[in-house]
Design a protein around this ligand. Structure first.
Ligand code: FAD
Length: 354
């Protein structure tokens, strides 16, 4: 057994992996929660995965797959193994006709990848600029912003099945994407470790500026015929002005999902609250803007101890420094209760509670 400053390198796995003990997770979660993990390992190559799986099985420990930690809330120290996915690489698989297929390893930074594509004129992901986190986590909740979801450009992905010790390719249909949802979140939990994602992008991009805020920002920028680089710039400007930077103020983006309600419920809410913000869906239902509901319960900008509701966007809960998970969860619970009482609508948490 070999020691390093954190702990051990475990004998049988010396060849491929270094498991660290009592690992501080402050830099591993954007909410800025001070917790430790019992064990920690970096996954830098697919070949290491069988060894890591053996470690988990031999020791009977639970595990958590982690990318950038921008969508998790640790409720306390993690009594198990954290697998930090650091697989790297961007490959052009096919570049023929109007499309290009790009395979990206899961540990690549999402926004770095979007920038890579925009710089080469490959369109489709520019509306998803500046979303924190890794490429591998993007399919888990089918990230979305400004009228685009990641599923719109996904061709297929490869995952390592931690139960069966084999690689599996999932087509976009097999991923069963939904609103902030996929088969990886709803069915598999931690079973599939996404190793790479292949995207189908357009070489002659069709831009999507259906969202009013993007159009307004492009007008302000005095761009008459926008390209994907202009859209990316507009999205970055909007996001910088409305969302807190996790490096400055701990947060995990939207804390709640936008609740979906039947048309009848929406009509009745609309008659009581004419200014309510909502979007019709393809299913004939309506998605209510959770930020509007929270704001109209008076929560925007409010603080509860060291946790609070961001003053420019009520959907984002923030850690003003040193907040505990229970402070954040208590705040979330109060918000949920108020929204339920005032609008009769249940808010579902988007952030993964660990
Ligand atoms: C300021 C801010 C703004 C945000 N804006 C948006 C937004 O506009 N739209 C949006 O959809 N989200 C948004 N988010 C949420 C977050 O950025 C995304 O959910 C992102 O995809 C999370 O990536 P991550 O690598 O940090 O995932 P993590 O937080 O590390 O993990 C999230 C989940 O994915 C799982 N996971 C991670 N990597 C893998 C893998 N390789 N294989 C299998 N499972 C994995 C984890 O186990 C966990 O359950 C925002 C967050 C912040 C802080």
């Amino acid at each position: 057994m070999v020691f390093d400053q954190f702990g051990y390198i475990f004998g049988p796995y010396l060849l491929h992996m270094k498991v660290l003990r009592q690992y501080p997770c402050l830099s591993l979660n954007t909410l800025g929660l001070r917790v430790d993990a019992n064990f920690f390992v970096r996954v830098a190559s697919i070949e290491e995965l069988p060894g890591i799986r053996k470690f988990i099985r031999d020791r009977q420990v639970r595990y958590l797959i982690l990318g950038g930690g921008s969508n998790v809330l640790f409720t306390g120290d993690y009594d198990g193994l954290i697998l930090k996915v650091e697989l790297r690489g961007i490959d052009e698989v096919v570049n023929y006709g109007p499309h290009v297929l790009i395979r990206v390893s899961a540990g690549e930074d999402w926004d770095g990848f979007v920038d890579h594509c925009v710089k080469r004129g490959w369109g489709g992901l520019e509306n998803l600029s500046m979303i924190p986190g890794s490429v591998g986590a993007a399919p888990v909740q089918n990230i979305g912003a400004y009228g685009v979801e990641m599923k719109d450009c996904l061709e297929c992905l490869e995952a390592y099945d931690m139960d069966q010790n084999r690689m599996i390719t999932f087509s976009a249909r097999e991923c069963r994407f939904g609103y902030r949802d996929s088969i990886f979140k709803s069915t598999y939990g931690q079973r599939m470790l996404i190793c790479s994602v292949t995207f189908r992008l357009r070489k002659e991009p069709m831009i999507n500026i259906s969202y009013g805020t993007i159009r307004q920002e492009l007008e302000r920028m005095q761009v008459k015929e926008p390209g994907i680089a202009d859209v990316r710039k507009a999205v970055c400007t909007i996001r910088s002005s409305r969302l807190p930077d996790p490096l400055l103020l701990g947060n995990a983006g939207s804390f709640f999902k936008n609740p979906e309600v039947e048309e009848g419920v929406y009509n009745s809410l609309k008659s009581r609250f004419p200014a309510i913000t909502a979007y019709p869906t393809e299913r004939g239902t309506f998605k209510l803007a959770a930020g509007w509901l929270i704001e109209h319960c008076g929560w925007r900008g409010k603080r509860l101890g060291r946790a609070g509701v961001f003053d420019k966007q009520a959907l984002v809960l923030v850690n003003y420094g040193g907040a505990s998970a229970s402070e954040l969860l208590e705040l979330a619970e109060k918000i949920k209760n108020d929204v339920k009482e005032r609008f009769g609508v249940y808010l579902e948490t988007e952030v993964n509670i660990i």
